[in-house]
Design a protein around this ligand. Structure first.
Ligand SMILES: C[S@@+](CC[C@H](N)C(=O)[O-])C[C@H]1O[C@@H](n2cnc3c(N)ncnc32)[C@H](O)[C@@H]1O
Length: 322
């Protein structure tokens, strides 16, 4: 592929019949890790926003931007479960806002455990806010605090015309479909029609089973500090299940667990291979300049600097390829 082709727009806004509105669709092949979009917010607000603070922030923008803001989706137009509708500006903000900042949950997101990042400010975006949700996302967002921009990257290889979907803030995609559906409807006020939520009964049971197993493995791996062989087996199982479920989001987290099991027993060759995998996965989600990517790269260069190095008797575990 020539460099001219590489710089062509990565996506276009097009109708998304599945959601009843629009969405962003790939215009060409986007390989894993591709930076699809970097966008500054139209404006940001602290979590204590009101219709007046939204209107006040909006008044600082151009007329064209103000009109565009009012074309964004509003999921809070109608009463819901006894709760009244929101005023239009606030409803649009609530529907489209994405976290912009380092909230207390950000460290967890870096390693991929939770998508529920709650930054101190939220922002509305004219392009990124058009992204629909999927419980099997193919893209990932990351707020770049230095550039004050939202970065969207491909979590896996994406085909032309494929819709770009992220996981919405706070949706725990490792929950079973029924739980996700309830949560999404309650918080976001739509019925999720993503690929994972549209599986038939049998496929859905299988998907629920795998997601539940990954959740359990997250907990169990945390308790395997004295049993690295067992911990490593659980990591390998979790990674296989995630691959089958196409949930690459959590790869960095599990790979870093595997790295820690290896350093515990001074298996530095496998430790390097695992932390390299964690680094690669993190570059694909939050980019090479993110704090997590920098940390992983440092351990890749010298795994012996990790505080757990050599704590348990020496032993050889396994690498990511085995
Ligand atoms: C932030 S907007 C996304 C862009 C929106 N589709 C549009 O036309 O501007 C969120 C809204 O998109 C729709 N949506 C997003 N993800 C969806 C999904 N997985 N299933 C059904 N509707 C979805 C819902 O109507 C939701 O309130």
């Amino acid at each position: 592929m020539s460099s001219a082709e590489d710089t062509s727009p990565a996506f276009q806004v097009a109708p998304s019949p599945r959601t009843g509105g629009v969405g962003l669709f790939a215009t060409r092949v986007l390989s894993r890790g591709t930076l699809i979009l970097s966008e500054a917010p139209l404006f940001t607000l602290p979590p204590t926003r009101t219709n007046s603070t939204v209107l006040s922030a909006l008044s600082q923008r151009t007329r064209e931007e103000q009109s565009e803001f009012f074309t964004l989706w509003n999921a809070f137009k109608a009463p819901h479960n006894g709760r009244p509708p929101l005023l239009p500006a606030l409803g649009i903000f609530a529907t489209n806002a994405l976290p912009c900042g380092d909230g207390p949950e950000s460290a967890k997101e870096e390693t991929g455990w939770k998508t529920g990042l709650c930054g101190p400010r939220e922002g509305v975006f004219l392009q990124a806010s058009r992204l629909n949700h999927s419980c099997r996302p193919n893209i990932c967002r990351w707020w770049d605090p230095d550039m004050q921009e939202m970065r969207i990257r491909a979590l896996r290889d994406i085909e032309p015309d494929e819709e770009l979907c992220m996981s919405y803030v706070g949706v725990d995609i490792l929950q079973a479909r029924a739980e996700r559906t309830t949560e999404i409807e309650e918080v976001f006020r739509f019925v999720c029609t993503c690929e994972a939520c549209s599986l038939d009964r049998e496929e859905c049971l299988e998907s629920d089973r795998k997601r539940a197993a990954v959740r359990r493995l997250f907990e169990e791996i945390g308790q395997c500090g004295k049993e690295p062989t067992l911990g490593m087996r659980k990591v390998q199982l979790a990674l296989r299940l995630l691959q089958e479920e196409q949930l690459v989001h959590y790869e960095a987290s599990f790979s870093f667990d595997a790295f820690q099991f290896c350093v515990l027993v001074s298996d530095f060759a496998n430790a390097k291979a695992w932390v390299r995998k964690a680094w690669e996965a993190t570059c694909n989600t939050s980019g090479p300049d993110s704090p997590a990517a920098r940390t992983f790269k440092m351990y890749w260069a010298n795994p012996r600097t990790h505080q757990l190095a050599g704590v348990l008797p020496r032993m050889t575990l396994s690498g990511p390829g085995s």
